[in-house]
Design a protein around this ligand. Structure first.
Ligand code: 2AM
Length: 190
């Protein structure tokens, strides 16, 4: 079985800005686990644990997918999880080409018999995952204040010239991602 997902690898300019934001946020370990720079990505679709031949079929469907390169701008920092936040992420400026690409990836999954999650697509880049219950009051306050302080964050636009299929290995030190294949987008300058 292969645990897989489809995502945008991020241009180095965006990755550097995200690392800067991580360094400005209060992310006390071990309750908070910042995403290592090499793991920063924007998920288009989570594929989950699947038999290798099915992931191979998905790879061929993604190879056949045609979509345009586009500019991506990151904007704002916030948390998922409501009153008990479970992750901190950078947001993304609304982008129709990004939404179109994500729909095409879901269609490719459909074509090969994978059942993609139909949750509303909320594009984001996870910066840290956390266990809220393990944070004391002072750390909670500093973390939330940091998020509010970073709300003006903006990075880009940067060209997205490709998307990729990843394998995720879950380890005790956190997940490790291997890029299985990269798919170029049409009209990319880079
Ligand atoms: P996240 O960034 O919002 O946590 C690899 O695990 C990627 O797939 C992560 O970026 C994660 O998104 C996303 N993902 C979506 N649904 C998931 C699920 N049910 N389990 C694990 N990861 C999931």
């Amino acid at each position: 079985m292969i645990r897989a997902f489809v995502a945008l690898p991020l241009p180095v300019t965006l990755r550097q800005r995200l690392m800067l934001v991580q360094s400005l946020l209060h992310l006390p370990r071990p309750a908070v686990r910042p995403v290592p720079p090499e793991n920063l990505h924007l998920t288009l679709a989570f594929v989950g644990e699947q038999p290798a031949p099915l992931v191979e079929d998905l790879h061929h469907a993604l190879e056949a997918l045609r979509a345009q390169a586009f500019d991506l701008t990151l904007r704002g920092v916030s948390a998922f999880g409501g009153r008990t936040p479970r992750s901190v992420h950078a947001g993304v400026e609304p982008s129709e080409p990004l939404a179109r690409l994500q729909r095409k990836v879901l269609r490719a999954m459909d074509e090969v018999g994978l059942d993609p999650e139909r949750r509303r697509f909320t594009p984001h880049v996870t910066l840290a995952r956390l266990d809220w219950r393990r944070l004391d009051e002072a750390d909670r306050t500093r973390l939330l204040r940091g998020i509010v302080d970073q709300d003006g964050f903006r990075a880009g636009p940067a060209e997205i010239a490709a998307f990729a299929l990843y394998r995720s290995h879950l380890g005790r030190e956190g997940p490790h991602y291997d890029e299985l294949a990269r798919y170029g987008l049409e009209g990319a300058l880079a």
